[in-house]
Structures are given as C-alpha cells and as structure tokens.
Design a protein around this ligand. Structure first.
Ligand SMILES: Nc1ncnc2c1ncn2[C@@H]1O[C@H](COP(=O)(O)OP(=O)(O)OP(=O)(O)O)[C@@H](O)[C@H]1O
Ligand SMILES: [Mg+2]
Length: 283
C-alpha cells in the first residue's frame, strides 16, 4: 500500500548511505596511497604520512613510508657519490691542466688539451645531473623575459619571432641558476641539432610558454618521449662536438617540473622541432 512507501524510501536511503559509507571506508587506504604516492613522486623529501586511522590505512601508510625512506636513502647515496666524485676529480684535473702548460707546443699537446676539456665537460654534466636535488639554491621570483633575453644574447643563431616588445611582469618562481640551465639546454639543442632557434614567449591562463622552433630534422615521432631519458642520444657517437651525454633534456625537464612546469617536444607541421617550456606565472 502507499502508506509504507516513505518507509521503503527510508530503508532504501539507509542502504545506499551505508554502502557509500562502507565503500569509502574500504577505499580509504587506496585514496590515501594515491595522494601519498603523488606527493612522493613530486618531492621525494616530503614528510612521511601519518600512520594512524584504521588498521588497513595504517598498514598502507607504513608501507608507503618505508618505500619512501628506501628511495630517499638510494638517492642520497647517489648524491654523495657524485659530490665525492666532483671533489676528488677536481684536483687531478687541475694538476693535469698545469702540467699541460709546461709541455712544448705540439699536436700532442693540443690533442691532450681537447681530451682534458672533454673529461672536464663530462664530469661536470654528470655531477650537475646527480647533485641536482642536493643543491641548496633557493627558489626566487625571476623576470623570465630578462632571463631568456640574456641567454639568447649568447647565441648568434637565436632570433625572436613575435613582436619583440619587452613585456614586464612575466614573473615565475624558480631556482635561478637551475632555470638558466634549463632554458640554455633547450636553446643549445635547437642550435646544435636544428641550426637556428626561433624563440617566442606568450602568456595565457597564468601559464608562461617559451616556444623554441628550430630548422633541423626534428625527432622521429616514436622517440619524442624516449629522448627525455637520461643518457639517451639518437645519434650514437658521444662526440662532444655534436652534443654530449644525453642528459640535457632530462635535466631541463627535472628543473621545469620542480618549478611546477613542463617541457614538451613536438614536430612542427612545417618542419623543425618545436620545444615548449611552460611555467606557472607567479601570483
Ligand atoms: N632540437 C632537436 N632536434 C633534433 N634532435 C634533437 C633536438 N634536441 C635533442 N635532440 C635529440 O635528443 C637527444 C637527447 O638530447 P639531450 O639534450 O638530452 O642530450 P644531448 O644534447 O645529446 O647531450 P647533452 O647532455 O650535452 O645535452 C640528442 O642527442 C638528439 O639526438
Ligand atoms: Mg643537449
């Protein structure tokens, strides 16, 4: 009869509410894991998560914390190794430079000087890469236009595409030395592999985008992701003249991401590689 309808509705409502409640309870560990893993992915040094709540949540939290601690120890080992390497390599390299000066001018001496420069270059890239996380550099507000402009000044092959009216107020928050490195790596690639770099800067929706288009062959579609991997080079030679270790893009992306941004690559329909660096506009 119709009189019992409200009662049925009430019971149905209670059933729905209690299933939602128990579902949420059941899925709580997963949701907690999701947030925690995301946070660790962004910052390995983020504080451990609270080991409280239901037994399931506590167990999951403990497991996540243990994993983070192990990852951290692993990364710190690598950083210490690199720091020690940096320190220990510097002395013999300096000695070799001095001894080289004492040699008579000859083809051998020039060749040795080049080899030494290669070793110094390789050592410093590896050290920069491995110690990226340890550097004490603090984030600050940076006038992005000025930064890009001063980097562009260092390359003859770089030009600006859009109306080059210097717009102030493109301020981002990042570690200055690191950000300079990031932009330099990207511009350097365009110049090395694409002869010329055409830069343009724009701002939309609180995002600053630096687009770098070059005149080279681009990168095969299937490799666009792979080139961000460390030590990945499409050209197999490790010749310092034609590039380096294959760390440039890895480093650039790490720096961009740590400032809340991203580096992405695409092949321009009219040829050349299109590199985009996006950074959040400072508030
Ligand atoms: N603008 C580009 N056009 C074509 N290929 C590119 C471009 N930029 C990068 N690549 C390819 O991606 C590879 C990886 O680039 P990445 O900058 O990481 O390393 P690298 O330039 O080889 O060495 P380094 O560590 O000195 O930067 C390059 O070796 C090159 O094959
Ligand atoms: Mg490079």
């Amino acid at each position: 009869s119709f009189e019992s309808l409200p009662l049925y509705a009430l019971i149905a409502g209670l059933v729905v509410a209690s299933s939602i409640w128990s579902l949420r309870r059941l899925t709580a560990p997963y949701r907690m894991m999701e947030t925690a893993v995301k946070r660790i992915g962004e910052d390995l040094k983020s504080p451990p998560i609270a080991e409280s709540g239901s037994r399931e949540v506590r167990t999951a939290a403990k497991a996540v914390n243990a994993m983070q601690a192990r990852l951290r120890a692993y990364v710190e080992d690598r950083e210490h190794l690199a720091a020690a390497l940096a320190h220990d390599l510097r002395t013999p390299l300096t000695r070799m430079r001095l001894r080289l000066e004492l040699l008579r001018n000859s083809i051998v001496r020039t060749a040795l000087a080049h080899d030494l420069a290669d070793i110094e270059g390789i050592a410093s890239s590896v050290i920069d890469f491995a110690t990226f996380e340890v550097t004490e550099e603090k984030s600050e507000r940076i006038d992005f236009w000025s930064l890009v402009e001063s980097i562009a000044d260092g390359f003859e092959e770089v030009s600006f595409d859009n109306e080059y009216t210097r717009s102030r107020g493109l301020i981002c928050v990042a570690r200055p030395v690191a950000l300079r490195r990031c932009v330099t790596n990207l511009v350097q690639n365009a110049v090395t592999y694409g002869k010329k770099a055409h830069l343009s800067l724009r701002q939309s929706d609180r995002i600053i985008t630096l687009a770098i288009r070059d005149e080279g062959p681009g990168i095969p579609q299937a490799e666009l992701d792979a080139v961000f991997g460390s030590f990945v080079r499409l050209e197999q030679s490790r010749n310092r003249q034609t590039g380096g270790l294959g760390l440039g893009l890895t480093i650039a992306r790490n720096i961009a991401r740590s400032a809340g941004g991203e580096v992405s690559l695409s092949n321009h329909p009219d040829g050349g590689l299109m590199t985009e660096l996006r950074l959040p506009l400072a508030v």
